[in-house]
Write a protein that binds this ligand. Sequence first.
Ligand SMILES: Nc1ncnc2c1ncn2[C@@H]1O[C@H](COP(=O)(O)OP(=O)(O)OP(=O)(O)O)[C@@H](O)[C@H]1O
Ligand SMILES: [Mg+2]
Length: 171
Amino acid sequence: MEKRGVPAQVSKEYCQVKKYVESIREHVEAGVGLILKGPVGTMKTSLAVAVLQHYIQVGGYGLFVPMASLLDNIFTLKERNKEEWLRYEDRIRSTGILVLDDLGAEYHQEWVLSKVDAIISERYNRMKPIIITTNLSAKELKGKYAERVYDRLKSTSKVINFAGSSLRESA
Ligand SMILES: Nc1ncnc2c1ncn2[C@@H]1O[C@H](COP(=O)(O)OP(=O)(O)OP(=O)(O)O)[C@@H](O)[C@H]1O
Ligand SMILES: [Mg+2]
């Protein structure tokens, strides 16, 4: 993971992520993931993708799931091809690293929330790491999901807090 071009604003957070990446195999083996949380446009997704890319480069497996499209994926795959959907669900549960991008942005419906709950619990039980990016605070996450969901994530992840204003250029 190269530092070239990382804005000064996120250099502290970058260093924390880099430290995690330096022992990526050990972390994955131990089921240790990351919670990247903070305001919009502070490179949380970019860094989560960089971690996943690095892990794949060293021979690992992983899956990137944008939370906002989880519902879509469930519906379209289920309709189109049940077997394909079951394979997708299985990968979500068992892949080396699972990135859940923008946790909290998915559709707020009871069965979607319990799906998220099930994914997180199953990976926790199998000691498989999750990398979360989110704009929500710990309190908001606890309010949205069953309290044990955040508890599990927190007990198996390094929490990195992003701060500052959005790096996204306004058009
Ligand atoms: N290496 C970089 N140098 C400068 N700017 C960058 C770099 N990488 C990403 N950015 C800028 O930062 C913006 C935000 O990045 P990213 O989408 O990863 O943020 P985020 O924290 O995931 O935001 P959100 O909370 O909205 O999902 C990008 O749109 C891009 O403009
Ligand atoms: Mg993002």
